[in-house]
Design a protein around this ligand. Sequence first.
Ligand code: ATP
Length: 294
Amino acid sequence: MSEPLLRTTNLVKHFRPPRSARRRGQEVIHALCGVSIQIEQGRTLGVVGESGSGKTTLLRTLLGLERATSGTVEYAGKDVTTMRGASGRMFRANVSVVFQDPYTSLDPRMTVSDLLSQPAKIQRQRFPATRVFDLLDQVKLPRTSASKFPHEFSGGQRQRIAIARALALEPNLIVLDEPVSALDVSVQAEIVALLRELQAERDVSYLFVAHDLAVVADLSHEVGVMYGGQMVEHGPTSQVLYNPTHPYTKALLAAVPVPDPRIERAKPPFLRPLWPTEDDQPKPCPHGSLLKHR
Ligand SMILES: Nc1ncnc2c1ncn2[C@@H]1O[C@H](COP(=O)(O)OP(=O)(O)OP(=O)(O)O)[C@@H](O)[C@H]1O
């Protein structure tokens, strides 16, 4: 089998808790407890989980914005865990990110043209002026957008600008951190459709993180479900949706209005214990801060 584009192996991230929590005896926050994922070229892995389950920490750690406590990140078969050296540079040039909030992720003082050429400047790569128009065409924004500022666009249009910027260096992988959560439902569908089209045209891979299982499932070939810093379920999207094995996944599905009779609707978590048997409980990270608070 060919090498996956991205692979994390047993990624662990611990944080030091705030002083008030340390006084109560909590010595460490187990934000990631041995998370292993892999993404193939041209495929989408969706990661879902409730707030605090570790999704953002997973992204930040694999992007090198947080230093992993242990575990590895490999890109195209090369260890990029520390982001140093030629492998780290290759990773940064080939992976881009789209953040959740299109209102804060684009510098309001820059024109669209400047925003789209910024990644090439940072990476000291050539960026012909016509490339701005190519990028605007790809995300279906008019070419007249080039000289405008972010405040002149709607939320959905701003997210198109953010996607155009993410495409600027022709990355192999785009990390999407809740890219549609701040948008209206109809606009969400348009952005998801655009992402799907771009993937079909460009064979780009996505790591798509969100708390909304329905949105993630729509775009993802595989889905991972995070809970308490662990990937408690992982598999092809149809398997996770139609044959969930973990009680937490069932609880997530119960909260999603999916009009499909094949999905067995689990009772909401407040009507029954989330972890019915000992075997269902997360093992390697039993003292994860979140589990304590439930
Ligand atoms: N810099 C930090 N310092 C201390 N604790 C942190 C830090 N970043 C995250 N945490 C903790 O790690 C755990 C996982 O947080 P994380 O932000 O990754 O979850 P999430 O699933 O992305 O949540 P959300 O959907 O709300 O963004 C939480 O308990 C959080 O409080």
